[in-house]
Design a protein around this ligand. Structure first.
Ligand code: CA
Length: 236
């Protein structure tokens, strides 16, 4: 979609000049010579940037700016008269990203527009955060383990795990690419005072594989002979 700029300027000739230059640069332009009308347009339509004169009929540019900023996150560059220092200060206070003093060289205006568009792009809808980045969620391929809800899903299917199976899987996912010995896994899953044999780890691994690897045809938990088990970042 084209970059749309709203030019709010009541000096007809200047407005027309800016419009032609912007169109030449590939922008889509809409003009308004009245503050009140410009505010309505800016609120109703989507613009990537607003060029806003301060001395306007209908509604003062600073007032347009204040009302617009309350409703929308659109960068505004003010067009100010020479030496109107107070206007510049008030304008920046009110949320304008930049101002340019009339008369100006068109190259300077175009440069400021490019900067404003680059650094003050309106915030688009953020894509939903990747599941891997959610707090308390461990992800491996299609599998996600949610520590908070104590659930494990594979491609949306819930996998029912016992407490120890869950802990085992969590430990392996947390230590991805690190081979964990049976002792380490046993300590994590059963506690240090567990009196049983370390081969109980093999039993849990077998349960996990039967519930995940075998069902979804993946090789998630890998055996490292003589050492222990590992879940690698990339599916083998
Ligand atoms: Ca004016």
């Amino acid at each position: 979609m084209n970059t749309r700029i709203l030019v709010v300027e009541d000096e007809e000739k200047l407005a027309r000049f800016i419009e032609l230059e912007l169109i030449h640069e590939g922008y889509e332009v809409k003009k308004s010579g009245n503050g009140r009308e410009a505010l309505e347009t800016a609120l109703e339509e989507e613009f990537d940037l607003v060029l806003l004169d301060i001395m306007l009929p209908g509604l003062n540019g600073l007032e347009v700016l204040r009302r617009l900023q309350k409703e929308k996150d659109v960068p505004v560059i003010l067009l100010t008269a020479r030496d109107a220092v107070m206007d510049k200060v008030s304008g920046l206070d009110a949320g304008a990203v930049d101002y340019i003093t009339k008369p100006f060289a068109i190259e300077e205006l175009l440069a400021r527009i490019r900067v404003a568009l680059k650094f003050h792009a309106p915030k688009k809808e953020q894509p939903q955060a990747d599941a891997a980045l959610q707090e308390g969620v461990l992800v491996w391929g299609e599998l996600s383990l949610n520590e908070r809800s104590h659930t494990v899903r594979y491609a949306g299917h819930e996998i029912f795990l016992t407490n120890r199976e869950f802990l085992m899987l969590k430990t392996l996912l947390e230590n991805r690419d690190i081979v964990l010995s049976r002792d380490t896994l046993l300590n994590r899953v059963c506690g240090y005072d567990f009196a049983g044999e370390t081969n109980i780890v093999d039993v849990y691994i077998r349960y996990l594989r039967s519930k995940i690897d075998d069902v979804f045809h993946v090789k998630m938990i890998q055996t490292v002979r003589g050492v222990g088990y590992v879940i690698k970042s990339e599916e083998a």
